[in-house]
Design a protein around this ligand. Structure first.
Ligand code: RIB
Ligand code: CA
Length: 320
């Protein structure tokens, strides 16, 4: 089984958190770094969450802070979905390792150079850190094997009719990344919205045992209630970022097709829209068009069962 050496660029974020549980359970993933980007919450909360999750999972790789907002637009966050902390009421442990002194884009570049073309990036937040890395280091593309992106959509959006949140927050960054010439696998809303957790599946998760199991199921329940109690336009609790992470673990979970992807950077209703042309003779990405949901869900359940026994919440972490 091929081992993927990856750098995770993330805006944790509840679905980011469950994607990180998946990565922690993966037998074929070596984590070379975690970079934080503002998105689901403001930067200081994102950095705190990224460092606390790394501590919970026992990750010893560098964790670096990145862009506190988009390259040239006002910041947008999603506290209405992920809560004021960015992780609902989850009792996150305190960080155990110092924040890396390098900014995200320098950590990314240095890890890419060190691995001499073997590094893959899993990008599950706005793409600002990657765009800055490409702009600061024009030779970066030659050192990246692949970028797996949770973002965009072949159909509708979740920010207005067409914008998907990660691309909507920083469409200019997404345009830079899709123009960089690095192989990209795009996992968009058209497949992630098919991962919605059913009530029966929630009931199964609610049977996770102990304080730790309860903390994980309560976080998912927080995420579900947000979708149900707010007029977010969707009733589906989608594991967006977990699906992108799952592609690294098992290429069979998704059906990907070559396409030319362009990002709409206009300020109106099409802001952040991914324009996907499957007929193009010059594709710049593979775009996910179908998901093997049972195969995906089995990976998620396995990671949750492992988490409740291996990544335990300490009593001192539990918020009263
Ligand atoms: O549109 C969904 C994406 O935006 C996910 O990555 C979620 O965590 C938010 O970042
Ligand atoms: Ca995310």
């Amino acid at each position: 089984m091929q081992t993927h050496k990856i750098l995770l660029d993330t805006d944790p974020g509840i679905d980011d958190f469950f994607a990180m549980l998946l990565l922690a359970d993966a037998q074929n993933v070596e984590l070379c770094g975690v970079t934080a980007v503002a998105g689901n919450q403001v930067m200081d909360k994102i950095v705190r969450n990224a460092r606390g999750i790394a501590a919970l999972l026992g990750w010893t790789c560098p964790v670096a802070a990145g862009a506190a907002g988009p390259m040239c637009l006002p910041q947008i966050t999603a506290g209405e979905v992920h809560g004021d902390t960015g992780l609902g009421h989850f009792p996150l442990p305190a960080p155990t390792a110092p924040l890396d002194a390098r900014p995200a884009w320098e950590l990314l570049y240095e890890q890419a150079r060190a691995l001499d073309g073997a590094l893959e990036v899993l990008a599950i937040g706005p793409l600002t850190n990657l765009a800055v890395a490409f702009l600061a280091h024009p030779d970066l593309p030659r050192y990246l094997r692949r970028i797996v992106v949770m973002g965009g959509s072949t159909e509708w959006g979740n920010r207005g009719a067409y914008g998907e949140f990660n691309f909507y927050v920083d469409p200019h960054a997404a345009a830079v990344v899709f123009g960089a010439g690095v192989p990209i696998d795009m996992v968009g809303l058209n497949v992630t919205m098919q991962t919605g957790i059913s009530d029966a599946e929630f009931d199964g998760i609610a049977r996770l045992v102990g304080e730790t199991g309860r903390a994980y199921s309560e976080l998912l329940d927080f995420y579900r209630n947000i979708y149900r109690d707010n007029d977010l336009g969707f009733q589906i609790v989608a594991m967006h970022d977990s699906l992108a992470a799952a592609l690294l673990m098992d290429e069979g979970v998704l059906d990907l097709r070559p396409a030319a992807v362009r990002i709409d950077c206009s300020p109106g209703p099409c802001r952040g829209r991914s324009l996907v042309d499957f007929a193009s003779q010059t594709p710049n990405a593979r775009v996910a068009v179908a998901v093997d949901r049972p195969r995906f869900w089995e990976l998620v359940l396995h990671s949750l069962r492992r988490a409740q026994s291996d990544f335990r919440i300490q009593k001192s972490d539990v918020r009263c």
